[in-house]
Design a protein around this ligand. Structure first.
Ligand code: SAM
Ligand code: SF4
Ligand code: SF4
Length: 522
C-alpha cells in the first residue's frame, strides 16, 4: 500500500514546532520543545528546552526526513527503501497517522512544498546509545577536603581538563546528542578557565548545571557575574549541616557562611537553585533543622542523600551501614511528607509504591567524563570501567558496545532480584552502588548476574587492594581504598526534574496521547 496521494491533492508535511529526534539502538526520543523556566524571575524570557518522549525507531526515522519540502509520497518512497516492501508500507501508514493526529499542534500539512527545507535536528545513532545528558568533571582539585568525598578531592590534587580539551569534548557531546550538561569536579569554580568553560557550555547545551560547594559564588564577584548573566543555568550548592557543623563536615572554617551567601545570591537572581545535602551518622541529627533552614532560603529543590562508601566516603560508612543510614534518613524525612521540593530522596521515591525505582539512565542516557576524557557510566564510579575516551575514540565505539546494551536495558536495582537483600536500601535505584557491592562484598548478587552477565567493571585493582588492606588493617572501613585507582567521581543524571518546564500548549496533548501512541515519557 503505497502512499495515496492524488495529483490534485499533494501533501507536504512540515514541522510547526522545532522537534528534535534522538536515535538509539532500540528506538529513541522525540524531543518536543517547551519553554524551560530556568529563570524564574523573567517570565516570557525562558529558554526553549525539550520534553523527551520515548518512541519507536521507525517513527523517528520517518520524522527525521520530514522537512516541509518532501511530499508524503517522497517520504514514503524513502521510508520503504529503508524498511522494505513487507514492513515499509504499514509502518509508513502508522507514521502518517501520527502526523495527522498532531496536525495543527506539531505538524501542518501543506499543498505546496516549503521553499526552504526545515528538517528536525537529528542526533544519536541506531547503532549505539549516545547519551542526552553528561557530567563533565573539569577538575580534580578542591578548596575543601570533605571526609565523605567520593572523588577524594582536596587542594593537593592536581588533575584538570584544559580549556581546549573541554571545548572539544563539549562539542563532541553536543554533536552526539547531549542536551543537558553538569559541570563538576572537584570544585569546578576553582578551575582557572571556569568562566570560559561555562560560557562555552551555556552556548552549546540547552541546560547547564553547576555543581558547587558554593564558596566562590559567595566570595568571587567574577564567578558570580559569569553565573548571573546566563539564562539556561541551574546551580546546585552543597549544604550538609547547619552553622559550624557544616564547616566541620567540609573541613573549612567559612564553608557554611559562603554556601549560605551563594544560595541567597542564586535564589535572589531568579536562577533555579538546588541544595544537595550529604548525610552520614555525623550530621543525621540535623536533618530536620537543615530542611527548615533550606526551605526558608526559598530554594527550588532540596536533595538528601546518604553518604555512599566510595572514595573517602569509605571513611564514613560501608554498604550495609549505608543501607541502615538510608533507613534512618527515610524515617526523619517522612515527617515532611510529599514535599515537591524534596528531590530524588529515598523517601520520595518510595512514597506509596513498591515499584522498583526508575532506571537513572547511567551508562546509556547519561554518562560521566573525567579530566582526561575517559567516559564512565556515572560520576560516582570513579574507579570503574572506562567505556572509552572521548578525546581519542569515535562516539560509536564508546556508546555502541555490549556494555551500553546492558546499561540501557538493565532495570535499576531494587526490583524483584533484590527483595530481602541486606544491601537493598543502599543499592536501590543506583547501578553504581550495586556494582560496587557486587564486585566487592557480594559477588553472588543476583541483580548483577542477571543483567550484566560476564561484564566486569574493571575493579580487579580495587579487589586486590581490598584484600591487602584487609589483611594489613582491622577496621571494617579500611576495606575501601582511600583513593580510587585511577582518579576519577555525582549526582545521578538525566532526571526530568533537572528540566523545569513552564506550561506549554502542546505538552498536555503530547502527554495524554503518548500512551495511545506507545510513546513512553522518560
Ligand atoms: C563531588 S561533589 C563536587 C561538587 C562540589 N565540590 C560540591 O561539593 O558540591 C558533588 C556532590 O557529591 C556529594 N558527595 C560527595 N561524596 C559523596 C558520597 N560519598 N556520598 C554521597 N554524596 C557525596 C557532595 O556532597 C556534593 O553534593
Ligand atoms: S565533596 Fe565537593 S567540596 Fe567536598 S572535597 Fe569533594 S569535591 Fe570538594
Ligand atoms: S547487592 Fe545485588 S541483590 Fe542486593 S540489593 Fe544490591 S543489586 Fe540488589
Amino acid at each position: 500500500m503505497m502512499a495515496v496521494e492524488s495529483a490534485l491533492q499533494p501533501a507536504y508535511p512540515a514541522l510547526l514546532e522545532a522537534l528534535e529526534v534522538h536515535r538509539d539502538a532500540e528506538g529513541g526520543l522525540l524531543l518536543i520543545p517547551v519553554q524551560g523556566k530556568l529563570r524564574r524571575a523573567a517570565p516570557g524570557q525562558e529558554r526553549v528546552s525539550h520534553l523527551p518522549y520515548r518512541a519507536e525507531g521507525y517513527l523517528l526515522d520517518y520524522l527525521a526526513e520530514l522537512d516541509g519540502a518532501r511530499s508524503r509520497a517522497e517520504l514514503e518512497r524513502r521510508f520503504n527503501e529503508r524498511y522494505g516492501p513487507l514492513f515499509g508500507p504499514p509502518l509508513a501508514a502508522r507514521c502518517w497517522e501520527f502526523i495527522e493526529q498532531y496536525r495543527g499542534r506539531l505538524f501542518e500539512i501543506r499543498a505546496t512544498p516549503q521553499e526552504t527545507p526545515n528538517p528536525p535536528r537529528v542526533t544519536g545513532s541506531p547503532e549505539a546509545y549516545f547519551p542526552v545528558h553528561a557530567t563533565l568533571e573539569i577538575i580534580e582539585t578542591c578548596n575543601m577536603t570533605c571526609d565523605h568525598c567520593y572523588y577524594s578531592s582536596s587542594p593537593d590534587k592536581t588533575g584538570k581538563m584544559s580549556l581546549d580539551d573541554a571545548v572539544i569534548m563539549m562539542d563532541r557531546l553536543a554533536a552526539g546528542g547531549v542536551r543537558v550538561i553538569e559541570l563538576t569536579g572537584g570544585e569546578c569554580t576553582i578551575h582557572t578557565d571556569f568562566v570560559a568553560i561555562l560560557e562555552h557550555a551555556c552556548r552549546t547545551f540547552d541546560i547547564v548545571a553547576v555543581l558547587t560547594n558554593g564558596y566562590r559564588l559567595g566570595t568571587s564577584d567574577k564567578i558570580w557575574n559569569a553565573i548571573r548573566s546566563k539564562d539556561n543555568l541551574m546551580v546546585q550548592v552543597s549544604l550538609d549541616a547547619v552553622g559550624e557543623r557544616h564547616d566541620r563536615f567540609r573541613k573549612h572554617p567559612r564553608a557554611y557562611e559562603a554556601a549560605i551567601r551563594a544560595i541567597e545570591r542564586v535564589v535572589s537572581a531568579g536562577i533555579i537553585c538546588r541544595v544537595a545535602s550529604s548525610i552520614s551518622e555525623e550530621n543525621l541529627d540535623q536533618v530536620e533543622e537543615l530542611y527548615r533552614t533550606v526551605k526558608a532560603l526559598g530554594v527550588d529543590k532540596h536533595s538528601f542523600a546518604a553518604v555512599a562508601p566510595h572514595g573517602r566516603g569509605c571513611n564514613n560508612t560501608e554498604a550495609v551501614g549505608a543501607a541502615e543510614l538510608v533507613r534512618k534518613l527515610n524515617e526523619r524525612l517522612a515527617v515532611f511528607g510529599r514535599d515537591e521540593r524534596l528531590y530524588d530522596t529515598p523517601v520520595q521515591s518510595q512514597h506509596g509504591t513498591s515499584e522498583p525505582p526508575h532506571n537513572c539512565g547511567a551508562g546509556a542516557r547519561t554518562i560521566a567524563v573525567d579530566q582526561q576524557g575517559y567516559v564512565r557510566a556515572c560520576n560516582f564510579s570513579r574507579d570503574s570501567k572506562k567505556l572509552g575516551n572521548l578525546l581519542h575514540e569515535p562516539g560509536e565505539a564508546i556508546f555502541g558496545q555490549q556494555a551500553s546494551f546492558f546499561f540501557a536495558n538493565a532495570p535499576s536495582p531494587g526490583g524483584r532480584d533484590c527483595l530481602g537483600c541486606d544491601y537493598y536500601l543502599h543499592c536501590r535505584g543506583c547501578f553504581v552502588k550495586a556494582f560496587m557491592v557486587s564486585e566487592t562484598t557480594f559477588p553472588a548478587c543476583p541483580w548483577r548476574a542477571r543483567w550484566f552477565p560476564g561484564m566486569s567493571l574493571g575493579l580487579d585493582d580495587f579487589q586486590s587492594r581490598l584484600t591487602s588492606s584487609q589483611s594489613a588493617k582491622s577496621s571494617k572501613f579500611d576495606a575501601c581504598p582511600e583513593r580510587a585507582p585511577r582518579d576519577l567521581p555525582t549526582i545521578c543524571g538525566a532526571h526530568e526534574d533537572d528540566l523545569e518546564y513552564a506550561a506549554h500548549p502542546g505538552r498536555g496533548h503530547a502527554r495524554s496521547s503518548a500512551a495511545k501512541l506507545h510513546l513512553r515519557v522518560v
